[in-house]
Design a protein around this ligand. Sequence first.
Ligand code: ADP
Ligand code: MG
Ligand code: ZN
Length: 600
Amino acid sequence: MKEIYKNVGAVIITVELLIAMYCYIFIPFIPINTMEYGVLLNIIKQKTVDSITVDKNSEYVTVTLKDISDSPSNQYKVQIADQYYLKGLAEENDIKIIEKQRILPTSPYLRVAIIFLLFVLINIFYFLYKRKKDTIVKVIGDTASGKAEEIQNPNVTFEDVAGLDEEKNELIEIVDFLKYPERYTKLGAKVPRGILLDGKPGTGKTLLAKAVAGEAGVTFITASGSEFINKYIGVGADNVKKMFKRAREEAPCIIFIDEIDAIGVKRSDENNGGDSERNQTIDQLLTELDGFRSRNDIIILAATNHPDILDPALTRPGRFDRTIHIGLPDVSARTEILKLHAKNKPLFEDVRLDEIAKNTAGFSGAELENLLNESAIHAARHQHEAISNEDISEAFKKITVGIKKKGRIISEEEKKITAIHEAGHSVVSMFMPSEAKIKEVSIIPHGKAGGYTWSDKAEDKQYTSKNEIMERLSVLMAGRAAEQVVIGDISTGATMDIETATQIATNMVSIYGMDSEVGPISIKSIDIQGMKIVSDKTLDTIGGRITNIVKEAENNAISIIIKHRVLLDQVVELLLEKETITGEDIQKIYDQYILEANAK
Ligand code: ADP
Ligand code: MG
Ligand code: ZN
């Protein structure tokens, strides 16, 4: 509806401008007769002149004759010799002198040039205005009043997001979809309606969401989950409703819900006073999400930093059914981010951003930005003409205090342990034929894990044979095994690995019947109340067998690592240097290693 008003306004302004231009070009050309200066002096004395219009910057005057007809023809343009004299003469003869400053240039070429310039300026302004309008951020959900508030968003595009190439790649599809929905709808393609951005604070979730809107040139509507939850019952749900109503008006658009976990926590997890409000809000959100399925021009992004506590109803197909993980930046991503934020900051020549990147493992994008900002402040306070290494190290000290509190600063020692642990997983995996290809290994924390080894299809791979399961177990235990072999000590980093391994081994023995000593028995039946199918002795045996299987897997991993220690050390070294390495990187080292081993 508002669009109509805007369009009518635009038409009116355009018409007015056209009229103004017409006047500007043509009205001054209404023919004016010319008259000789001598003639003018004569007719002044004859008192037939009504008035003389003079311009002190011009050698021309306009003479208006006393004439009853009042047609333009009684005006004459006269080139005069001496304005001062003419004025005196006119005064003597009681002729009005009208002083007028000429605003119009006499040359028609100049006028056309001015119009052209005006035209260009108007276009530039319009263009700037449109660009701004396209990315206006609308903050909705203003607590109790429920009033929508609008703020301007500086234009954000993917260029403003550094180092998140994978994430950007995933989101390009969304941008494309918002730009050319017909391409997709024509082919019956369904593009995800809701996308969850999962990452620690300051990793660039909000920035990415804004950039998607900026790239697609659509409106960005944002609200924060915590703002929805209000002490007044019903306001949260109402705000959700308002936000979606707004989205329908503004479409195509992006809705961004920050801190969605504030409303979307598992319902079983809550038992405090805000419950019923939270329930109403999330119910409303679910209703809106479902009602949106037919809309192709609205995409909802939500950010969270604990996807594990989200209500499963939210992540069902058709709702937030896609998650993009945004990890802390690795060393090359950190370099990119630093470069981006250093763009408008003068640095002394000996400041090496790549060196700073190396020393800031565990920093988020926001913290890196903050580091440069604090450095600039330090430099300014000490009246340095540019930012020096000393400014940066002072800022670093200041910032790390805060990061240390969050337990996120990674020491060299920790980095080394994580590298050894993850290298253990990947090296042992290389020797296990049934294991999926490694995609990425990193020593940058992700979720609860200190580092990670990410295999191609590790999650949905079905391990069917006993042999395959044993290989999987060896890989799982390899992190801990590597720590034992290289450091001679073990860390808590393997807790999750042991948990998973124990679960798998338990299934082997008690469900798949893969242990010869226990035999083909399913202990699930132990759940049947009051019945004792399995004796205590059997249970002891099962416990013992599980431990044995895990130990066997660990021993297997240890022997592989001892045998291929050289390979392990190479992977560790690369990990320490690059922090995140790809499966191909490892494959290359492996191939080279095998080649050299065969040559011996
Ligand atoms: P989040 O929403 O994940 O908490 P933000 O998107 O609000 O993080 O990031 C805060 C600020 O940190 C951004 O405005 C940006 O200046 C900076 N920042 C974070 N990540 C990046 C990145 N990858 N590239 C460039 N700047 C970043
Ligand atoms: Mg944010
Ligand atoms: Zn591990």
